[in-house]
Structures are given as C-alpha cells and as structure tokens.
Design a protein around this ligand. Sequence first.
Ligand SMILES: Nc1ncnc2c1ncn2[C@@H]1O[C@H](COP(=O)(O)OP(=O)(O)OP(=O)(O)O)[C@@H](O)[C@H]1O
Ligand SMILES: C[C@H](N)[C@H](N)CCCCCC(=O)O
Ligand SMILES: [Mg+2]
Length: 213
Amino acid sequence: MTGYIVTGTDTGIGKTVFAAGLAGALDAAYWKPVQSGLDEETDSQVVQRLSGLAPDRILPEAYRLALPASPHRAAEAEGIAIDPDALVLPVTTRPLVVEGAGGPLVPLTRRRLFADVFVVWGLPVILCARTSLGTINHTLLAIEALSRRGITLHGVAFIGEANEDSEQIIADLGGTRRLGRLPHLPAVTPDTLKAAFATAFSLDDFRREDLRP
Ligand SMILES: Nc1ncnc2c1ncn2[C@@H]1O[C@H](COP(=O)(O)OP(=O)(O)OP(=O)(O)O)[C@@H](O)[C@H]1O
Ligand SMILES: C[C@H](N)[C@H](N)CCCCCC(=O)O
Ligand SMILES: [Mg+2]
C-alpha cells in the first residue's frame, strides 16, 4: 500500500483542504476512517467537491459518528466503541491519502490513539501546521509524538500566511522538511485549490518511486 497519512497540529487546521489538493494532484484515492460530526458537509464530501476525483475514489468511512467531538467520545455517545484493529487500510490501485481526525494523539478509544494506528498502517505522515503565532510549540510537540513512536514523518505542510522564520525553525529543530505552504484562499474552490496547490508544493516531493502506478 502506498500513500500518505495527513494529520495536523489541531482540528480545523486545514487537513481536509490540503488532502483534497494532494489527492487531486496525485490522482489518488481518499479515506477518512473516522468521521465525527455529520450535520455539516463531511470531510469526504468536501474532498469529493474540491479534489476533482471521481466519486469512487472517495472510499467509505469505517465509522460515521454524529457528534462533532473526539472520536472516542462521539462513539460513546452512540453507545459503541471504535475498534482500532478494524481500521484496516482499504486496498486501492491508486495511492491512498488517509486523513485522521484532529492531531496524532486524538483518542479513538479510551486506550488507543490515532498515532497507534498510524504505526500499524506504516504510511509516511504529512503534518499540517498553521503558520500563525504558537505554531512552533504545537508543531514541535506533534513531531516529537510521532518520532517517539517511530512514525515516519514525510514533512510539514504549512497553511496560512507566510512566516518564514517559524517555518524554518520548525524544520530545523524538528529535523524535517517544509513541503510548502498553502496560503489562506479567499474562496476555496476546485480551481483555486488546484492552482494554489500546484504553486505551493512540488509534486516530485510526493511522487516517490513507489507511489507511481
Ligand atoms: N488554505 C485555506 N484557505 C482558506 N480556507 C481554508 C484553507 N484551509 C482550510 N480552510 C478552511 O478552514 C476550515 C477548516 O479546514 P479543514 O476542514 O480543512 O480542517 P481540518 O484540519 O480538516 O479539520 P478536522 O480536524 O475537523 O478534520 C474550513 O472551513 C476550510 O474551508
Ligand atoms: C469534530 C472535529 N471536526 C474533528 N473531526 C475531531 C477533532 C477531535 C479533537 C480532539 C481533541 O484534540 O481535543
Ligand atoms: Mg478534516
């Protein structure tokens, strides 16, 4: 299985928008294993709308939970528990872009974290981080959490306005690379996202040999 796990330093950081850009650029498939919150457009629906991918490239979620909360809590609210061992990567002929919920230490159950399944999945992780003040601490904390579990960090994708020094010190102290920065888009549409993604990121950074079909 090839592809990437997209995680973030927080919820609402821009993972879904980034994942839509990446999945579209790689002509990939997208999977959101646990969706919590069903009242608004779901992440899968957003990616469907923004990526330009065919509907069958958006793979069905393993869990769809109504409460917009941490997955462990959203599951409990429905009287169920998520089974992390059931979160098996779907088999696809295309690279797979997998989006977590929130950040790497978000609980799936009261004992298991997203990071625990990242280890099992074995795909490299892309960490989405904002550029605004406070991001250095949050991003380095997330990098440390991934690193101590032996999870491969592919790099950091920044989202927001330029903050050269913060991006550089995160890359230096975190021992990782800056993949690029998606600016704040006044309107996020399939066209604006495609153009911004192409400007912000180099496809070669994501097209490893084993990602080619
Ligand atoms: N580059 C951007 N330009 C403008 N708006 C953005 C950008 N990235 C994200 N947003 C907006 O910010 C909000 C949160 O983004 P998004 O849903 O991608 O976050 P997320 O990290 O996937 O959150 P969650 O943890 O709920 O999955 C959305 O309204 C989205 O449209
Ligand atoms: C509901 C939200 N949009 C996400 N899907 C879930 C975010 C979980 C964050 C948990 C936490 O870190 O406190
Ligand atoms: Mg999302």
